[in-house]
Ligand binder design. Structure first.
Ligand SMILES: [Zn+2]
Length: 312
């Protein structure tokens, strides 16, 4: 493994190097982090020409947006504790001829991130395939580290999940069962030794508007039965917020204390939002988050009221 690749492979052994329970279990006051999604190199061209299989080699615009995001994050003050990308890192599905080049270019763009800001990755349907297999999951892990893991930051327990295993595990039921048993164990740990906050990160939202919304044709959310099961388990365990992408629009909503946060894309937009990312402020008793466009971040930085929360 080349040294420059190590920043992409810090999720291992179901933990994250440098953000472990031993080093980060204690609450040390408010902090912020960056949640972003769907740089998805290759989607813009596929979307414009109506080809969702290929990708072409014209993803320069998506590379530029990713670099703009990195530059804006590097300049933020106070400094974010980490940046997490919630899936669909590239557009080319496993086995697609453009995948290697898209991953190479995304890593080159991300490698400009300030070394003091750890980069964390969540697997999306394009990263694993819509019907993941043991082979496609392994391929993802070789490029981006573990597909599900736990990390800690300043007293907050964070769980990264592979939502594709809940979406369609028909080709890898054993992997779904293993993740689910692992998740249950983490939720049990939280029940016996509660952290300051419990957060979940996954690519596909549990819902985009309301927990009881209809399933839809476009697969923009979890199927109803899976959704209700996970929502019930998360609520029981005290999960405060679930952060996702996949929708390429800002959406979600808070119900019964569980905040489903759906964040639009760094890359191709499918709604009325503009390229951007979300700044999340964690205080002693609240999780406050707001989408910032990349242009706003470049010109004005973080919103003043969020800064105030961090100074408190
Ligand atoms: Zn997706």
């Amino acid at each position: 493994m080349a040294a420059e690749d190590e920043i992409f492979l810090r999720a291992k052994g179901r933990a994250f190097v440098g953000l472990t329970e031993e080093s980060e279990k204690e609450w040390r006051g408010p902090f912020c982090f960056i949640q972003a999604a769907d740089p998805q190199l290759g989607l813009m061209k596929a979307w414009r020409i109506g080809d969702n299989e290929g990708g072409g080699d014209e993803w320069a615009e998506e590379v530029q947006l990713t670099k703009q995001a990195v530059q804006a994050v590097n300049k933020l003050s106070p400094r974010p504790r980490f940046m997490i990308l919630c899936g669909d890192l590239v557009h080319a599905m496993p086995g697609n001829e453009f995948r290697t080049a898209q991953e190479r270019d995304l890593k080159a763009a991300l490698s400009g991130t300030d070394p003091s800001i750890p980069l964390l990755f969540v697997s999306g349907n394009h990263d694993l395939g819509n019907v993941p297999t043991p082979a496609t999951v392994s391929e993802y892990c070789r490029s981006w580290g573990d597909d599900y893991f736990c990390f800690w930051v300043g007293g907050v327990r964070c769980l990264v999940l592979n939502s594709q295993l809940y979406f369609d595990a028909s080709a890898c039921p054993a992997l779904r069962d293993a993740q689910d048993a692992w998740l249950e164990e983490r939720l049990r740990e939280e029940a016996s030794a509660p952290s300051r906050h419990l957060l979940v990160f996954q690519h596909i939202p549990l819902y985009t508007c309301r927990p009881d919304e209809e399933d839809d044709y476009f697969n923009t959310r979890m199927e109803g039965g899976v959704r209700q099961d996970l929502i019930a388990r998360f609520k029981k365990a005290g999960v405060k917020a679930v952060f996702s992408g996949h929708y390429h629009r800002n959406a979600g909503g808070c119900f019964d204390g569980l905040d489903m946060v759906v964040t639009s894309a760094i890359g191709c937009q499918l709604g009325q939002d503009t390229h951007g990312l979300r700044i999340v402020v964690v205080t002693a008793d609240r999780i406050v988050h707001r989408y910032h466009t990349l242009d706003q971040l470049r010109d004005r930085g973080m919103d003043e009221d969020l800064k105030q929360l961090l100074m408190a």
